[in-house]
Design a protein around this ligand. Structure first.
Ligand code: 6R9
Length: 656
């Protein structure tokens, strides 16, 4: 092997079999059943996906060809015609699900509502007719900048109904970030709200839209459609700004779903590169509908009785695929929550679970680590007995955080699905199937059927079991991104050229390191950009961080390298402590020893820096790039606009 890959030092051996009562109900209920499905997909991918597309979705017109693969450009279900909102709404109206809850919504101040499939369908049709009235046509991009209220999902579905690709911009982003995204997509309309409630405050949104559009800075935008939420007074520009509650009065509730080509763009969603301008990830209709539909079934084993809650924001891919499209396509009940744990109610998540009898709960490691920090008394004070399945997404989960989730939230009864995937992949790629695959804390387990995942070196050669390398996918899958909006070259460069095509086969690589163990389980080791090189050993961040988090005093840890004359790089660990712990030198020394005892002297942090919080993106991912600059005493460079809380960085700087 000519290029060094990544060394693995973590030694996690615990194994949790699927609980018997879960297995009893599950669609895929044994390792053999999973393997059979996996093998079937591998032997004949086109046949496998065609059969599912035929049986699971409604098409207005059947496709001519399942897959047209001109690397790196894929087309799925060529010439097939469908509309994702027909699959998410209309088809349920002719069944008993017509009056089943489609969306349950809980607002932060405690207001709430439930929309049945029939009601949601009606709202989407009204909204779609308002979009038409504002001149939106098939192919026009619509910006959505909303709080977590039902109208956010309704707006997305309304766009999809008439064939206008949506571009959702997370409501926590600034006016500048919004403007850049609107301009990149040449959006014609922005859908927003006066504001939303978050952490006990009314957060203004329309004001940010006004800033983004001021001085004609986003000239493609002709109209702004405003949903009333907070009732704060906001200026409305005549001719440009319109209230949703006014316009809905004048339109019909009949709006047939536009027949879309399978490859028509469904949405563009921006993902920040660590440097450079955000990439508009393009997803199309047929493949995305099928894959999010199937993965919602496989990963969550969702059933009609379930109350399913994904805590993501609809501004992220997780919200697109697993609050809106995947659950609704399956006729499931999806819960949306506007709020976040906050001073006035740190245990609000547990209140929501108790109130609605949530059965499936899907959240992020960053949230779990925050729950750990806040203390067990909060979840222990609520009845969580309705839960039957837990999920995590967004970052590698440290085994000890996994164990806490398993014990304190799942009461050792609920399987945990650790789902590895990306904005670019559209849907889950690696996960446990909860009724079939025993879980290992910290492992994203197995590839889903149809996903030919592998761990390779830079030349594309598979690395032996238990050696770290680059996580790649060898065969196209239906919900893969189609391109970077307006920039095919960037698409090719970013995802398909890091690892050279081998024997004519293109490998998809989007930046994570991983290892596969002897049982075929995948362990994601973190972004390869964050790998630390100590005396010629390349170490992933996840394993060292997990060793730190396994110490009782530590809530969260981030490790980075700083230049070192002798070793190349030395490890610097940024550590936040659990509620009652006091930082001091003795504890720092103890943590260093703890890492050595857990995974070896090689991983011993040279420096431990205690900190109240770590810098994170707005979706909760630790920004190690910024910590790297701090650790080596450099000014922080590059884009910091995705940082959730600037003051965290300032505090870290002062402490340096
Ligand atoms: C869905 C989502 C993608 C990146 C991905 C990886 C990290 C997500 C993970 C995980 C380890 C998991 N990531 N899930 N790492 N285990 N279960 O988060 O999409 O925002 O595009 O981020 O997140 O590094 O490459 P996105």
């Amino acid at each position: 092997m000519s290029q060094p890959t990544i060394e693995s030092i973590l030694n996690e051996k615990r194994l949790f079999a699927p609980p018997a009562d879960f297995v009893q109900k599950a669609r895929i209920n044994s390792p053999e059943a999973y393997q059979a499905l996996y093998d079937k997909a591998k032997a004949d991918p086109a046949g496998f996906w065609a059969e599912l597309a035929e049986t699971e979705l409604h098409w207005f017109q059947k496709w001519d060809q399942v897959l047209d693969w001109q690397p790196p450009f894929a087309q799925w279900f060529v010439n097939g015609k469908l509309n994702i909102t027909h699959n998410c709404l209309d088809r349920h109206l002719t069944t008993w699900r017509k009056n089943k809850a489609a969306l349950i919504w809980e607002g932060e101040p405690g207001d709430s509502c439930t929309l049945t499939y029939a009601q949601l369908h009606r709202e989407v049709c009204l909204f779609a007719n308002v979009l038409k009235q504002l001149g939106i046509k098939k192919g026009d991009i619509v910006g959505i900048y909303m709080p977590m209220i039902p109208e956010a999902a309704i707006a997305m579905l309304a766009c999809a109904r008439i064939g206008a690709p949506h571009s959702v911009v997370f409501g926590g982003f600034s006016a500048e970030a919004l403007r850049d995204r609107l301009n990149d997509g040449q959006a014609k309309l922005v859908i927003t709200a006066d504001g939303g409630f978050r952490k006990d405050k009314a957060v203004p949104l329309k004001a940010e839209v006004d800033k983004a559009l001021a001085n004609n800075a986003a000239p493609s935008v002709e109209n702004v459609l405003v949903v009333q939420r907070t009732q704060e007074k906001i200026p409305m520009e005549p001719g440009r700004d319109h209230w949703w509650h006014d316009l809905r009065q004048g339109v019909s509730a009949v709006c047939p779903a536009e027949p879309m080509d399978s490859e028509d763009v469904l949405f563009v969603l921006y993902t920040s590169g660590s440097t450079g301008k955000p990439k508009g990830v393009v997803h199309t209709t047929g493949g995305y509908n099928l894959y999010t539909h199937m993965t919602t079934q496989w990963t969550f084993d969702i059933q009609d009785e379930d109350v399913y809650w994904c805590t993501a924001d609809v501004g992220w891919i997780t919200g697109h695929s697993y609050i809106v499209y995947g659950p609704l396509s399956n006729g499931a009940t999806s819960l949306m929550y506007e709020g976040a744990p906050r001073a006035s109610n740190p245990g609000c998540f547990w209140d929501v679970i108790e109130k609605y009898g949530v059965t499936i709960f899907y959240t992020a490691p960053t949230a779990i680590r925050a729950f750990i920090k806040m203390g067990e008394h909060l979840p222990n004070g609520r009845d969580l007995s309705s839960l039957r399945l837990l999920g995590t997404v967004g970052e590698p989960i440290n085994p000890e955080a996994w164990m806490w989730y398993h014990k304190v939230i799942g009461k050792e009864r609920c399987p945990i699905v650790d789902t590895w995937w990306q904005t670019e992949t559209g849907g889950h790629m690696l996960t446990a199937l909860p009724g079939a695959i025993a879980t290992k804390p910290g492992s994203a387990c197995m590839p889903l059927p149809g996903i030919l995942a592998d761990v390779v070196d830079l030349e594309g050669n598979p690395v032996p079991d238990n050696e770290g390398g680059y996580l790649v996918v060898r065969h196209p899958w239906p919900s893969m991104m189609r391109t970077v909006y307006g920039d095919d070259n960037r698409f090719r460069r970013t995802y398909w050229e890091h690892i050279a095509p081998k024997d004519g086969q293109y490998l998809y690589f989007a930046g994570d390191g991983a290892r596969r163990d002897g049982d075929g389980y995948f362990w994601v080791m973190g972004r390869v950009d964050d790998v630390i090189s100590v005396s010629g050993h390349r170490l992933g961040t996840m394993e060292i961080e997990s060793a730190l988090v396994s110490h009782g005093a530590v809530a969260e840890a981030a490790v980075v390298g700083k230049p070192d004359d002798l070793k190349g790089e030395a490890i610097v660990a940024f550590v936040t402590l659990e509620g009652d712990q006091i930082p001091n030198d003795a504890l720092a020394q103890e943590l260093r020893q703890h890492v050595v005892a857990e995974i070896g002297a090689l991983a011993r942090p040279e420096e431990i820096r205690f900190s109240e919080a770590l810098p994170k993106t707005r979706s909760g991912k630790i920004m190690r790039r910024l910590l790297r600059s701090l650790a080596s005493g450099q000014e922080v460079f590059g884009d910091t606009s995705t940082l959730e809380d600037r003051s965290v960085l300032d505090k870290l700087r002062e402490g340096a």
